[in-house]
Design a binder for this molecule. Structure first.
Ligand SMILES: *[C@@H]1O[C@H](CO)[C@@H](O)[C@H](O)[C@H]1NC(C)=O
Length: 360
């Protein structure tokens, strides 16, 4: 009994760690202003000094993020980074001449020790464990990219309730490897969007499918929106912000590059006028406007319908709880959003907050 309870607790802890680390970047960004507040005090710190244009730094980034995710729950150690193009003062002070430079600052000390090992998450973790006396292992994060094969291709890609992006890759292709890290991030950004699927398929292994969709080079990206399953070429850029902008435009999602909902998420423009009237109406008029809103919501489809129902729920609460409800509830939600909560909860609170902001 006790042990199964423990298993449950440990299981949900692990799940929490995984949930909270798959999308966010856990590397702490340090600046000229914050550096000596965060480093050299009550925590030890590993700091990467980098430049945005430096190739070795880009290569290190996914490894360094894995390291930060794995050490996230260890609050005696900070894993940080400094952009030396921007933060010239601190980079000069620590005599950073080459990028990336990775320096270890023991607890209470601003005298660094240089990390000279291999630039992998495992080697970095080994170094930090040795310096700090910890025993942290690198977590392997689950992938949010759906792996396709002939067994599931049609079921996933031709699903008319999903907008699907498919990368046809070959294991030996260098450009595919370069894209893999960004592609994983794209999938993490949209992993809570029910209507968006980020998938890939080994086109070298499954040649028939590649041929069927006219794939002649790697990587080839094809987009299969809900309403047209022909497969159109994705010709946009290969940076994270390109992909995020593409989906926000094509699929009506409202995510930023961290995977968070933007302030536009949940807003249904066609309900705006009714809400505006509702805010200034007296109690009897409010009831009438509420039934009008109910009718409008019935006509909505997909995610708009889901958000419409949230409007109804919030409007009802506002009628029951009175004038200050929206204002107070927004404050409460903002407070909760500042705490460390799961991504799903953050979505839920942000949607409510956005909709309520049209009520005040
Ligand atoms: C579906 O997509 C294909 C490929 O982009 C395009 O040629 C075709 O016109 C589209 N069909 C419709 C009905 O929009």
């Amino acid at each position: 009994m006790w042990s199964s309870m423990m298993m449950l607790v440990i299981g949900s802890l692990i799940l929490q760690i995984l949930i909270s680390t798959t999308s966010a970047n856990d590397v702490i960004v340090l600046t000229d202003d914050t550096f000596e507040k965060e480093v050299g005090n009550d925590r030890a710190a590993l700091v990467e000094f980098y430049a945005p244009w430096c190739g070795h730094c880009k290569k290190l980034a996914p490894e360094y993020e894995k390291l930060a995710a794995s050490f996230m729950k260890i609050n005696t150690i900070l894993i940080g980074k400094v952009d030396c193009d921007e933060q010239k003062m601190i980079c000069t002070k620590y005599k950073v001449y080459g990028y990336p430079s990775i320096l270890w600052f023991p607890k209470g000390s601003l005298t660094p020790k240089k990390f000279e090992g291999a630039r992998t998450a495992e080697a970095l973790a080994g170094f930090v464990n040795m310096e700090a006396g910890t025993n942290v292992k690198i977590l392997s994060l689950p992938s949010s990219v759906v792996a396709l094969s002939p067994d599931n291709f049609d079921k996933v890609v031709l699903d008319e309730t999903k907008n699907v992006l498919v990368e046809f890759y070959a294991p030996w292709c260098g450009h595919c490897k370069a894209l893999a890290y960004t592609y994983e991030k794209v999938a993490a950004v949209f992993r809570l969007e029910e209507e968006v699927v980020i998938a890939n398929i080994d086109a070298d292994e499954y040649k028939d499918l590649a041929e069927k969709y006219g794939v002649t080079s790697y990587p080839t990206l094809k987009f299969f929106p809900k309403n047209n399953k022909t497969g159109e070429d994705y010709v946009g850029g290969h940076e994270l912000d390109d992909f995020v902008a593409f989906f926000n435009e094509k699929c009506g999602t409202n995510r930023d590059e961290q995977g968070q909902l933007t302030s536009k998420a949940g807003i249904v423009a066609s309900l705006d006028d009714l809400v505006k009237e509702f805010v200034i109406a007296d109690d009897d008029e409010k009831k009438i406007l509420f039934s009008q809103l109910e009718e409008e919501v019935l006509m909505l489809k997909g995610s708009a319908a889901r958000h419409g129902n949230l409007y109804l729920k919030l409007m009802k609460s506002s009628m029951v709880k009175g004038e200050d409800y929206a204002k107070n509830e927004i404050q409460r939600l903002e407070g909760m959003l500042r705490k460390s909560i799961s991504a799903a909860k953050a979505d839920e609170f942000t949607l409510k907050k956005n909709i309520l902001s049209t009520f005040v």
